[in-house]
Unconditional design. Structure first.
Length: 88
């Protein structure tokens, strides 16, 4: 079953998003960051768009290509930028 939770120490906060299919997304931030459930969901959707919906992507046992990694990095950066703009 999928879900979101986070835990915090004095030094960092880890956000965890799991999917019903068993994917696990982890994001470590500063301890004062709020709830990033929407951001984690966007990261999941970006990952699915770049990997699972990409016919050129390898199977689950293969590492993503450089193009897939670059696309995912760009998508993650955009999601984080949008989230930080919302909290300002």
């Amino acid at each position: 079953m999928g879900g979101y939770y986070s835990f915090r120490t004095n030094n960092y906060k880890t956000h965890v998003h799991s999917t019903p299919t068993g994917l696990l997304f982890l994001l470590t931030t500063e301890p004062g960051v709020g709830n990033l459930q929407d951001v984690m969901r966007k990261l999941q959707l970006s990952f699915v768009d770049v990997t699972a919906k990409n016919p050129a992507a390898g199977g689950p046992d293969e590492l993503p290509s450089e193009v897939s990694c670059a696309a995912l990095t760009k998508s993650v950066a955009a999601a984080i930028e949008a989230a930080s703009a919302e909290t300002r």
